[in-house]
Design a protein around this ligand. Structure first.
Ligand code: SF4
Ligand code: SF4
Length: 463
């Protein structure tokens, strides 16, 4: 079974083919590309354990490829190869996150050793028999609030766990993302009292909680929320919840028919969790992603060490799951901002949004939408009040309305366009990652079937 995958990008056929032959004989699964655009498309669609990247290519340079690919695959492991070495490119590629730099000609065995070293697991792995999972959750419930995924009619939702047996881990997608535990739909920010002395009491949530069953795409969305609420504009209410939240993720082996995570690089995650479970039938292989996760496991679970075979089997399950997704983006992610720019004045947007109901469902179910509105509720005698924050959304009619009554986005088309620009351009340019993680919730929630960023980006290519 070949479970270690390598992509070789080189426009010299002799080098590409000889390296591919050597690594294939050493039991690597090898793919090749002779051109930069093709390489970017392949990296967006498929997770490779290592990418071997020639620096001087006929179209895009290896440096450009690395820079673009890192935007949507930040954990990409790239080994740069070149026949024209220079200190500048060596330093630049290392700064961009390349893990090694080899000067041609080199012995293929040297490359093989570098690849082996790069993919040797840095994580520690545990295994937990499924029969012991309920006891693990019950033990957690004794010391913290536990939220998990449960069946609700034919759908799934995160809710507070009362009985560990209610937790479902082989679900496709939840109605609302786990975002609601970090940025609630409605929250009280503070209470205030007016009068001779003005008093303000902020409402921080500091209870220890664990979220069980977060999928890799929702982990990526939480990383985006972290960028916005921990780094760009530190928000004490978010920070307080985030610091007290442990995340036990689970690989999504049963993707929903509307999801497109592999196309946006979110189907498999190597960071963002404390523990990650992969279902192997009778047991879970657990990837330990943080000291907090390790501690939790040691204190609350009867887990053993996972064998190399179990870890390989978990990786194999992840790879198989990627093939179960039914929707594919037909443009490289790096092209999306340009396609959007080109479409700004197109009639496409009004046509596309003609049947929009302004219902807001697409933004309310989205794990990466984080716009909110703030309102004060004041007592009739003005003596006291509360300040509340609640989710808001750019497709709602009043979102861009200002005090004078002017609405900066009065047409359906302008609102839909803004949502897509946010998903494919504004967030991308600010944080270096798409504002869409491909969960497909908006696609399922939209009655006129116009909310899918995947469809819009694919359609823009044809304009
Ligand atoms: S835009 Fe749609 S598919 Fe993308 S993350 Fe939001 S809900 Fe999921
Ligand atoms: S795009 Fe669809 S889900 Fe979003 S507001 Fe319009 S009708 Fe509602």
């Amino acid at each position: 079974m070949k479970t270690r995958s390598v992509l070789i990008v080189d426009d010299e056929a002799s080098i590409r083919e000889s390296l591919a032959e050597w690594l294939t004989n050493k039991n690597f699964q090898v793919a090749t590309a002779d051109d930069g655009e093709l390489a970017l498309m392949m990296i967006a669609e498929t997770h490779y354990d290592v990418v071997v990247l020639d620096i001087r290519l006929s179209t895009k340079s290896g440096v450009e490829i690395l820079k673009e690919a890192k935007k949507y695959r930040p954990n990409l492991k790239a080994i740069m190869i070149t026949g024209y070495p220079s200190v500048e490119t060596a330093v630049e590629t290392m700064k961009l996150g390349a893990i090694d730099y080899l000067i041609k000609p080199f012995d293929p065995e040297t490359l093989e050793l570098k690849i082996e070293e790069a993919i040797r697991p840095k994580f520690f792995y545990a295994s937990l028999h499924k029969k012991a999972f309920d006891d693990f959750v019950a033990s957690l419930m004794r010391v913290m609030t536990v939220y998990g995924v449960m069946k609700r009619n034919s759908k799934f939702a995160f809710d507070r766990v009362v009985n560990p047996k209610d937790i479902v881990l082989d679900y496709d997608v939840t109605l609302l993302p786990p975002k609601k535990y970090l940025l609630p739909q409605v929250e009280t920010l503070m209470q205030f009292r007016l009068g001779s002395s003005f008093q303000v009491a902020p409402s921080y949530e500091r209870d220890q909680r664990v979220l069980i069953g977060v999928h890799p795409d929702d982990l990526t969305a939480i990383e985006l929320l972290d960028q916005a609420f921990l780094k760009t504009s530190p928000d004490q209410f978010y920070i307080s919840r985030r610091e007290n939240t442990t995340i036990i993720a689970v690989d999504n082996l049963h993707p929903s028919p509307t999801a497109f995570c592999p196309s946006v690089g979110t189907a498999v995650k190597e960071s963002g969790f404390d523990l990650l479970l992969t279902d192997l039938g009778e047991e879970y292989v657990i990837t330990i992603g943080s000291a907090r996760g390790k501690h939790l496991l040691e204190q609350h679970a009867d887990a053993g060490t996972a064998s190399d075979i179990e870890v390989l089997a978990a990786k194999s399950e992840q790879s198989k799951a990627i093939k179960r997704y039914q929707n594919t983006l037909s443009v490289p992610i790096s092209e999306i901002p340009r396609l959007l720019d080109r479409s700004y004045d197109s009639k496409y947007w009004e046509r596309k949004a003609e049947n929009c109901l302004n219902c807001g469902s697409c933004v309310m179910v989205c794990p990466t939408c984080f716009c909110f509105d703030i309102q004060d509720e004041v007592a009739v005698d003005l003596s006291e009040g509360v300040r509340k924050r609640q989710w808001d959304g750019c497709v709602l009619t009043d979102f861009a309305k200002v005090a004078s009554g002017e609405n900066f986005r009065h047409s359906r088309g302008s609102r839909l366009r803004h949502r897509m620009f946010r998903k494919g351009k504004y967030i991308f340019e600010r944080y270096g990652a798409l504002g869409c993680v491909g969960c497909g919730r908006c696609v399922a929630a939209c009655l006129p079937d116009i909310a899918s960023p995947l469809k819009v980006f694919n359609e823009l290519k044809e304009l």
